[in-house]
Ligand binder design. Structure first.
Ligand SMILES: C[S@@+](CC[C@H](N)C(=O)[O-])C[C@H]1O[C@@H](n2cnc3c(N)ncnc32)[C@H](O)[C@@H]1O
Length: 259
């Protein structure tokens, strides 16, 4: 087995095979939540930290006018090529979700699987929500998915995913190495096992996330007063069930509406 240390986001094809294969539930949830929670029609959609664009290109194919940014140029390039391949006339660029401006406001935005928690300090998180508030028109929505730190019970400390295409199998494992709730920082180990009949490659990485209890997240939302909370759901992506947040909640989708 060959082992390589590097950023998991530098291998967009492997990332996309694992996290892109299970897109339907999120995709339908997004389309439904735009309809249900935005005031007025949604045509223009933006994704900060869009990565490989696994959801964005599908929204583009469905007729939305899409755009996205990501810090990782390799992911951006992957996404851009994908747009071209699928005839999507979207715009995607390398940028920081805590420091960007759009040429004109969009009707809706989304950020589904913890990317927001990559912003590791209070200033960055706040700046992101402020920038997003400028990027989304009044009555538009921002659908934000993240894991909370529960204040009761034992938090989940590990997750694994596997996907296969032909003879290529990618298995990922992400586990919490350190959780410092005082500094609000969770450091996770990551491995990607990439297996073909002739090769076994292991990519190893370490990523850090800012932690949020529900109280900490609500405090942040109160600080950025441009948003109102329209609904809360969870990672079952069932739009028909609004899920109340409790002390044991972990996965959370906030639907924020621009005031
Ligand atoms: C878990 S991936 C999610 C990608 C995509 N949103 C999805 O749903 O598949 C997190 C992404 O956040 C990006 N990222 C991390 N920090 C960022 C920042 N400050 N600004 C923009 N993108 C960032 C990473 O490069 C990576 O592509």
């Amino acid at each position: 087995m060959e082992t390589v240390r590097g950023s998991m986001y530098d291998f967009p094809a492997y990332y996309d095979l694992v996290y892109g294969s299970d897109w339907q539930a999120e995709y339908h949830f997004l389309c439904g939540s735009f309809q249900r929670y935005a005031d007025g029609p949604v045509r223009r959609v933006f994704e900060p930290a869009c990565g490989t664009g696994r959801l964005l290109f599908r929204l583009g194919r469905a007729g939305y006018d899409v755009s996205g940014l990501d810090l990782n140029p390799r992911a951006v390039e992957y996404c851009r090529r994908r747009f071209v391949r699928h005839g999507v006339r979207g715009r995607v660029w390398t940028g920081d979700m805590a420091d960007f401006e759009l040429p004109r406001p969009v009707d809706a935005a989304f950020n589904m699987i913890n990317s927001f928690r990559h912003l590791q300090d209070a200033a960055g998180a706040r700046r992101h929500l402020e920038r997003m508030a400028r990027a989304v028109r009044r009555g538009g929505v921002y659908v934000l998915g993240l894991h909370l730190t529960p204040t009761q019970g034992v938090p989940t400390s590990e997750e694994s995913w596997e996907a296969r295409r032909g003879h290529l199998v990618v298995r990922t494992r992400l586990w919490v190495k350190r959780r410092d709730l005082r500094r609000r920082l969770e450091t996770c180990g990551v491995t990607y096992d990439v297996v073909t009949p002739s090769r076994h490659l292991r990519l190893t990485d370490e990523v850090s996330f800012r932690t949020y209890t529900w109280a900490q997240l609500r405090r942040l939302l109160r600080e950025v007063s441009a948003w109102e909370l329209a609904a809360t759901h969870d990672f079952s992506y069932d739009l028909s069930v609004a899920v109340p947040v409790t002390s044991t909640s972990e996965d959370l989708i906030l639907v924020l509406r621009k005031k």
